[in-house]
Design a protein around this ligand. Structure first.
Ligand code: FNR
Length: 190
């Protein structure tokens, strides 16, 4: 069985992040072919191209973690109808120095949850736009805009609602198929 290493980024650094809760519940539903490793971006300073001539260790480690992943999953809240600044900062770090964009040709998927009815839809559109510019082949469908309710995740950290669990299981199956497609069927460099 071929397995794929999925590096994941949580768009929130809050201790009680509902997106981290969603991510942890999601992993329990994932196909056995996918393994998940968190890529932390907490140590990154605010990016400036002044760093490009001598990238600091935190930037180099972050880029290496993205590049060592077969695929990237981003689980993010929506902040002010976009993505949180810390996540955008991390994507900027990965994209530079110019000509060394770490996301190029790495398959990705996005998902997120918020208590609001549109479940991070606007923030995810911003993120999709950024990932497109970074030349990451994204899973287009299914989209996953999850409205968070306390009862959605039980005390064991599992998705309690059967239909939500089924939907998320399908989302992860599609992500596995997307990763396999990009890594085995799409000619490199395209
Ligand atoms: C929010 N929240 C929010 N929710 C939303 O649906 N759309 C939005 O644009 C925003 N904007 C926003 C800005 C800022 C600065 C904060 C702190 C919060 C509410 C947000 O969905 C809620 O706090 C979630 O709990 C955030 O997810 P995490 O951080 O718990 O994973």
């Amino acid at each position: 069985m071929k397995t794929y290493r999925v590096g994941y980024l949580i768009g929130s650094v809050a201790k009680e992040s509902i997106n981290r809760k969603l991510a942890n519940a999601l992993f329990k539903l994932a196909p056995a072919q996918l393994t998940f490793q968190e890529i932390s971006y907490r140590d990154l300073p605010i990016y400036s191209y002044d760093y490009d001539a001598d990238y600091p260790e935190a930037g180099r480690k972050f880029k290496a973690a993205v590049e060592d992943s077969d695929a990237i999953l981003i689980v993010t809240p929506e902040y002010n109808r976009s993505i949180p600044g810390g996540l955008k900062n991390a994507l900027d770090w990965a994209s530079r120095p110019w000509g060394t964009n770490s996301f190029a040709n790495i398959p990705s998927a996005v998902i997120g949850t918020s208590p609001g009815a549109i479940g991070t839809a606007v923030g995810q559109q911003h993120l999709r736009s950024i990932l497109g510019f970074l030349n990451s082949p994204q899973m287009n469908s299914p989209e996953a805009y999850i409205q968070f309710k306390d009862e959605m995740i039980n005390d064991a950290g599992e998705i309690a609602d059967k239909s939500t669990a089924e939907f998320l299981g399908k989302y992860l199956k599609a992500f596995h198929e997307h990763i396999e497609h990009v890594l085995t069927k799409v000619p490199s460099g395209s």
